[in-house]
Write a protein that binds this ligand. Sequence first.
Ligand SMILES: NC(=O)c1ccc[n+]([C@@H]2O[C@H](COP(=O)([O-])OP(=O)(O)OC[C@H]3O[C@@H](n4cnc5c(N)ncnc54)[C@H](OP(=O)(O)O)[C@@H]3O)[C@@H](O)[C@H]2O)c1
Length: 206
Amino acid sequence: MKIAVIGSGNVGGALAVKFVQKGHTVLIGAKFPLSDKSIALAQKIGEDRFTSVEHAVKQCEVIVLATPAPLAVEVAQSLGDTSGKVIIDTMNIVMGRGPQGFTNTADAILAHTATREVVKCFNTTGFNNMQNTQYGNTVIDCFVAGDSERGKEIAQQLALDAGFGACYAIGGNDKFQLMEQFAWFWINLAMFQGQGREIAFKLLKR
Ligand SMILES: NC(=O)c1ccc[n+]([C@@H]2O[C@H](COP(=O)([O-])OP(=O)(O)OC[C@H]3O[C@@H](n4cnc5c(N)ncnc54)[C@H](OP(=O)(O)O)[C@@H]3O)[C@@H](O)[C@H]2O)c1
């Protein structure tokens, strides 16, 4: 797949490395001059992948948004024409810090882009778990929500490519909020209840 990753920090960097390792064509839509985080990522995957946000989007069919939640509207507006493209939103509004007038970032993106194919994925766990999905012999899972069936299929494939054991679809756009609450559940356990970042979710079945 041709994937534009917008945001070259913890999440964007972790996912970009995994997608490159899997053989995808990855472009990073970045701010110039490159920040220290961008330079660190460029040293891993090559500076030639770094381009403007609009150019990265134009070249790619899938767009992964991994920028700060308060900038969701600004970043959505900077993408250019997204018609027919799939956007995967990894962002979370944490402690009220998000785009004004929205209760989750995916709704903000939908309101400010042409594409209707916006899904939310990779937001329910820490970036450290994207870098390493293994816990001993267990491989952790992730989750996706959105009305776009194509978007969910693509996100599920990319989750497997990134090393997750499975990526469970939890419903449509009406579950965007639940995805952010689930992220908050992880953040609460990890940061505020003292469990630390090296925790993750796995769906057990019998
Ligand atoms: N950290 C986690 O464990 C985690 C887990 C799941 C979801 N999330 C969510 O993922 C998102 C990113 O988190 P993070 O920890 O990766 O943040 P981060 O390390 O601060 O990275 C944010 C990136 O966004 C870039 N950026 C900011 N404005 C931009 C713009 N207008 N155009 C292009 N790039 C822009 C920054 O570029 P510069 O480097 O040039 O400033 C930076 O590379 C957040 O919404 C967060 O809620 C985080």
